[in-house]
Ligand binder design. Sequence first.
Ligand SMILES: Cc1ncc(COP(=O)(O)O)c(C=O)c1O
Length: 395
Amino acid sequence: MSSKKRNWKPQTALVHAGALRSGFGETSEAIYLTQGYVYETAQAAEARFKGEEPGFIYSRYANPTVDMFEKRMCALEGAEDARATASGMAAVTAALLCSVKAGDHIVAARALFGSCRWVVETLAPRYGIEATLVDGTNIANWEKAVRPNTKLFFLESPTNPTLEVVDIAAVASLANSIGARLVVDNVFATPLQQKPLQLGAHIVVYSATKHIDGQGRCLGGVILSDKKWIDENLHDYFRHTGPSLSPFNAWTLLKGLETLPLRVRQQTESAGKIADFLAERPEIARVIYPGRADHPQAAIVKKQMSGGSTLICLDVKGGKQAAFALQNALDIVLISNNLGDAKSLITHPATTTHKNLSDEARAELGIGPGTLRLSVGLEDTDDLLEDIAQALKAR
Ligand SMILES: Cc1ncc(COP(=O)(O)O)c(C=O)c1O
């Protein structure tokens, strides 16, 4: 079944797009757990290597199950092409390194997931690529950071963990005006609630580990962009450095995509109710939720996102001790640094995901000792509200 000829809505594309059926006519996508492929003749092998005949060569280059996942992601994102990776960080690293060379300059929003920040701040300079980190919420900061050799902009929105929102169209327009490219890490928004390519971004990356799998099973990532950029910049990097996704994980992620809209809709609905509940509680100093009118960038949220979020950032009065006590008193909500899962998960960023940042860097990002990140799962909303209410009382 080919996805190209049909003008499917996302929910249909996520069930059918990219499906490649074998001669057995299986309903569920097959897992092609193979490293290599055989050729009828030596001439056929030569023709395939020359690119004169289509077909798979080696699973580090491409694999039918991985191909189905990539095509389904393209259909969802509205992208021309995609490459799937073994993790979200493999996707971010490939997207960044394949966009620049020694002597180039990157401007990135400072509110980045810790490992993304390490790639930009620590890894890239080792290879002669300089980076400037800015407060991404004000476009003037991006403009001021531009240098004659700026070739790349990088941001995530909403950010991890404070759910700060960056104006993607404004940064894309600045990038275009100087001939640079914009990479957007769209993990927190999910492909359903924000479309960076439509807003002008050139490359979108995901940790498929999060909502796309959504059931805590396997790591994965994906890079989406135009075909020309992927052919010219990613193709050889993938062949020769091998960040490839395993066929089994691609299959798991395909199954995840089938239920992504149902899960994200339910999780967002619950998160909105929980955010409103928390905002009224005297134990809570601050709630940041992209679906609320009091979000610091509410106007941009309205302009570029179609839903709220499955995540909530909250500040508990009483600092670390109170935040830890709240976490420990929860029954249904589990303490974990992961997110986007069917199970509700809560994280204390200052001591886990963002522990490597200095106190000043954390303060700049609004991560305090009482800050918690709540990833809302698929449990019944009333059960979650009850659990949070009892934990607030117990702490
Ligand atoms: C915003 C963001 N980008 C990238 C990643 C990296 O993804 P992975 O864990 O799949 O490598 C994460 C993971 O937590 C993340 O939150």
